[in-house]
Write a protein that binds this ligand. Structure first.
Ligand SMILES: CC(C)(COP(=O)(O)OP(=O)(O)OC[C@H]1O[C@@H](n2cnc3c(N)ncnc32)[C@H](O)[C@@H]1OP(=O)(O)O)[C@@H](O)C(=O)NCCC(=O)NCCS
Length: 188
């Protein structure tokens, strides 16, 4: 897989399954992104600055809004529910990996969790990443104690491959991570 092109077109029409729609991020996502970044569960599993200030949220949003024109930034989609444009969460596709490999990461606003939104979002981006980005393999990484994230990947068809010892640093602590993968052939 060649390096990601400098510009990637967001899917048009947006990816949707009739319940969840994924769209590029917008300025109006700021309050939702900020609330999510300040949530205790988010802070447990994700490398957000603590405290997560409005300045941090603005900087993150600017980077994510520009991700379609910045090959070093993960491609970012806002998760919305059909019939509303409001921020419900974010799903990211990192292409800064060995050729052919794209890593998926995500977070859902605390008020929108346990409604199946991230599972739907992963199912929507996966075929798009294979087709539009030419990915040969999608990866996801979860802390062994992050049950919700593991369930979501499993529900979306990913295979649990095994434990990578000390493979990531989260909030300054070196952690083991479970590696999950999805291949185009898994989508049948
Ligand atoms: C992980 C996260 C994105 C899941 O989002 P979500 O939209 O609530 O997930 P879903 O509703 O699609 O649920 C997926 C599965 O996890 C289960 N689940 C969700 N929250 C759970 C929880 N707190 N404890 C146990 N299981 C949980 C659901 O029941 C579902 O499993 P099922 O289909 O077998 O019933 C969300 O909890 C979150 O934002 N967490 C903080 C950030 C984070 O952990 N990001 C991932 C880092 S790897």
């Amino acid at each position: 897989m060649p390096r990601r092109p400098d510009h990637v077109d967001p899917p048009d029409p947006p990816l949707s399954d009739g319940t969840v729609t994924l769209r590029p991020m917008r300025e109006s996502d700021l309050p939702g992104l900020m609330e999510e970044g300040r949530d205790e569960t988010t802070r447990r599993w994700v490398n957000v600055p603590i405290p997560y200030t409005e300045k941090h949220a603005r900087e993150e949003l600017t980077q994510l809004m520009g991700s379609w024109d910045d090959p070093t930034a993960p491609l970012a989609f806002t998760i919305t529910e059909c019939g509303s444009d409001e921020y419900r969460g974010v799903i990211l596709l990192s292409t800064e990996r060995p050729p052919g490999i794209v890593e998926v990461a995500y977070g859902v606003h605390p008020a929108a969790r346990r409604r199946g939104l991230v599972t739907r979002a992963i199912r929507l981006v996966s075929p798009w990443a294979f087709e539009a980005l030419g990915a040969a393999r999608l990866e996801g990484r979860t802390d062994p104690e992050n049950i919700a994230s593991q369930r979501a990947l499993e529900r979306a068809g990913f295979t649990r491959e095994g434990l990578e010892r000390g493979s990531r640093s989260v909030q300054g602590v070196r952690k083991d991570m479970i590696c999950w993968s999805l291949l185009p052939s898994d989508l049948g």
